[in-house]
Ligand binder design. Structure first.
Ligand SMILES: Nc1ncnc2c1ncn2[C@@H]1O[C@H](COP(=O)(O)OP(=O)(O)OP(=O)(O)O)[C@@H](O)[C@H]1O
Ligand SMILES: [Zn+2]
Length: 482
């Protein structure tokens, strides 16, 4: 069987055929950097990492993921903290990288930042104005959605229906818009905001245009896979299509992929709903690979309900996989195994047929994991007999083949069994002073907005990491390490 991918734009599973033989160009929409990542973000990037790893077994993959470092939310956070947008962005890019490394997500081949792509963005906007798809008004530039006949082709929304369902209100900051669903490509500078010079005056780019410009500059006019969370289908990806396809008259991407949400009590985990668990918080209680397993137990398009019990259950599952992965390290010498390196696909091909069929069926990791568990349980039962009686009555060559197949599959799914050796003086799992200050500041903001649940959560989070807070009479907070 060959790989089939559910393509959001055609609404069906299609055989995957890259544009150019042997090569895959993949672009994933990245985070807006103004806070710690939560489990929903973790899911998105674990899923795209798994897709990338599986594609890497057959193709040469170039994976680009942008960083949105210009945005109202980043600006607001920088004003609250009395610092610059860049300082906020740098801080949360660093914490993003730390969290994702713990989940064993491979770094992207490039992480273009919006602030570093301004000239490409301006060029693209100029091209859209020239083509009659965009208009400048009052220092802003808007995309005229009615000029793009295919508007709505990804999300299946029609402008007529959207219009009858809309209240007709126009954002007061976008007063120059001619039509309610037009969207900003460039926003004129407001007082105390960072800005860049442009042919339309000082200002900053809108969100959607950055991805169109970065796909073009990093990967080209048409790419193989464009991916992101299901909430990005509309308006973000719809608008990216409108921009890029109007400018270059070519499809932006051949396959559009979208991951399902992590929900809590039936609602999307999100910062704005205050119902989120940060990856950092979860890593205080759970092993990173248990979180990775929790995410991959579901097929990537299905919703996942977050509960602590479900991650506890995934922890048990992970321990079985981990012990089986470590089988060769623990017993290989005793059994006379000499080659403990990761096997090639050719070596294990016959033993991974079911696993690959599941992965070929739109990356069905839920079924693929059943093949991992089948082998892991067998290896763990041998592990028990080796631990208790010091020997096994099984054919050691057969056991070796099982271990090789398991190693191959777990590697494709991105699991690592060895906990990284830690230098106690440079232990990333120990919260550092600046991270403590950030959490104290967040707690102060939570208290100011009378969100006492959140302020208690932050106090407990710090307590769990051995940090005790002492509130002072003057409103400041001191802290000590236990
Ligand atoms: N609960 C979730 N489940 C799965 N994916 C999510 C979830 N929340 C965000 N994502 C995905 O994470 C990626 C980065 O999201 P982004 O930084 O834009 O945050 P966001 O969607 O605004 O999150 P929030 O709603 O919490 O502010 C996007 O692809 C988004 O779809
Ligand atoms: Zn994007």
């Amino acid at each position: 069987m060959s790989l089939r991918i559910y393509n959001t734009i055609t609404r069906r599973k299609e055989e995957f055929k890259p544009l150019q033989a042997g090569i895959v160009k993949m672009y994933v929409c990245g985070v807006t950097v103004y806070d710690y990542c939560h489990l929903g973000h973790g899911r998105a990037y674990v899923v795209w990492d798994m897709v990338r790893r599986y594609l890497q077994t057959k193709y040469q993959v170039t994976y680009v993921q942008n960083i949105t470092d210009i945005d109202d939310k980043i600006l607001k956070r920088s004003q609250e903290r009395g610092t610059t947008m860049q300082a906020i962005a740098d801080q949360y890019i660093a914490t993003y990288n730390e969290d994702m490394a713990k989940l064993n997500i491979q770094p992207a081949d490039a992480y273009p930042r919006a602030t570093e792509s301004i000239s490409e963005i301006i060029k693209l906007i100029e091209q859209l104005i020239k083509g009659g798809y965009a208009y400048a008004a009052g220092g802003d530039v808007y995309y005229a959605v009615q000029k793009f006949p295919n508007y709505g082709k990804l999300s299946g929304r029609k402008l007529e229906d959207m219009q009858s369902g809309a209240s007709g209100r126009v954002d007061e900051l976008e007063e120059y818009k001619r039509y309610p669903f037009d969207f900003a490509l460039w926003k004129s500078a407001k007082p105390n905001e960072p800005f860049w010079a442009s042919p339309w005056g000082d200002g900053r780019p809108g969100w959607h245009i950055e991805c169109s410009a970065m796909v073009r500059s990093r990967l080209g006019e048409t790419i193989d896979i464009h991916a992101g969370g299901a909430d990005l289908q509309f308006p973000h990806h719809e608008n990216e299509i409108a921009q890029s396809e109007a400018a270059y008259a070519k499809p932006l991407a051949k396959y559009w992929m979208h991951n399902g949400f992590v929900n809590i009590d039936g609602e999307k985990m999100s910062k704005s709903l205050h119902n989120f668990k940060t990856i950092r918080d979860l890593l205080c209680h759970f092993e990173p690979m248990a979180i990775r397993l929790f995410i991959l137990q579901a097929q990537y398009r299905q919703p996942i309900d977050f509960t602590e019990e479900a991650i506890k259950a995934a922890t048990k599952g992970w321990e079985t996989i981990r012990d089986a992965m470590l089988f060769a390290k623990d017993f290989g010498a005793k059994l006379g195994w000499t080659d403990l390196a990761l096997p090639s696909r050719e070596t294990v091909q016959a033993a991974i047929v079911g696993f690959e069929e599941a992965m070929d069926d739109d990356f069905n990791t839920s079924v693929a994991l059943s093949y991992v568990f089948e082998l892991a349980k067998k290896l763990c039962s041998e592990r028990n007999s080796l631990l208790h009686s010091g020997s096994t009555d099984k054919d050691t060559d057969v056991l070796y083949q099982k271990w090789q197949a398991l190693s191959y599959m777990t590697n494709v799914l991105g699991f690592v069994a060895d906990s990284p050796t830690q230098d106690p003086d440079n232990d990333e799992s120990v919260i550092n002073d600046s991270e403590i200050e950030v959490l104290i500041q967040q707690r102060r903001e939570a208290k100011q907005s009378k969100n006492y649940g959140e302020s208690d959560r932050l106090r407990n989070l710090l307590k769990a990491q051995g940090i005790t807070l002492i509130d002072q009479k003057d409103g400041t907070t001191r802290w000590i390490r236990d």
